[in-house]
Design a protein around this ligand. Sequence first.
Ligand code: NAD
Length: 280
Amino acid sequence: MARNDTPESVAGKSSQTVGRPLAGRSAIVTGSTSGIGLGIAQSLARAGCNVVLNGFGEAEAIERERAKIAGDFDVKAMFNPADLSNPVAILEMIEAATKELGQVDVLVNNAGIQYTSPIEAFPPERWDAVIAINLSSNFHAIRAVIPQMRERNWGRIVNIASAHGLVASVEKAAYVAAKHGVIGLTKVVALETATTPITCNAICPGWVLTPLVERQIAERAARENISIDQARLDLLADKQPSGHFATPEQIGAMTVFLCSEAAAEIRGAALPVDGGWTAQ
Ligand code: NAD
């Protein structure tokens, strides 16, 4: 106990912070109206962190999710509709979050899209869109939040890369290039902040059953004339030795860990949560 602490004040402190290690912090989670991003936003809010949701979707469904996060976890939750292919919109989202929540302590760059095609048929405009949303948005957001993190001398940047940031697959030129780029960017930011309490790391999920992957399963089922269930099993069997999907909750828990003091010396890492995909 510190000198001025009474048993009551210690008990008070622990009831506020036990289980809510991020109480008083604020996070932006890009692409959090669905899938992994939503799982991360819920995990951060459960840990006591105020959150800014971002992404596309039906306004009513987004508002329901925002209100549920605020109510269930007793945090402030905002929504910002910034299109992450637009650098100006990214800056405006960070300004709005800073104004309304007072600060941005945690930035999770999660928004991402996929497009599959052999390279000779890959439409250049699809390449540009994947690079803009999956890679350049991370650069613009990190560049904009670092000054305030340096000012407060604390920050956590978590980039959601992919197993495809570490290894390649056919027909995913833009996605694999963008995700390898995210890991490179992560390392540079980690080095530039290495002497400070700001860290930057990447999480590399394997298959997670979200709308992004459900589309790929449906395409495979149609292409190979097999059932959705069979396509799902084949997708896992191809790449993920565990035979199980990773979950948004597991990626959320890893994000919360990276925001903890226990993770203060994890810097510039690319951490797989991939059922053994990249161990092969
Ligand atoms: P998802 O399609 O379920 O969610 C993507 C989110 O990004 C949605 O909220 C969507 O609205 C948002 N988004 C898309 N384009 C946007 C834009 N221009 N501006 C703002 N928001 C935009 O996908 P997911 O599977 O949850 O993917 C999340 C991240 O995880 C992506 O970066 C993806 O590459 C990565 N990832 C996913 C898997 C997987 O198996 N699902 C594996 C490895 C990595």
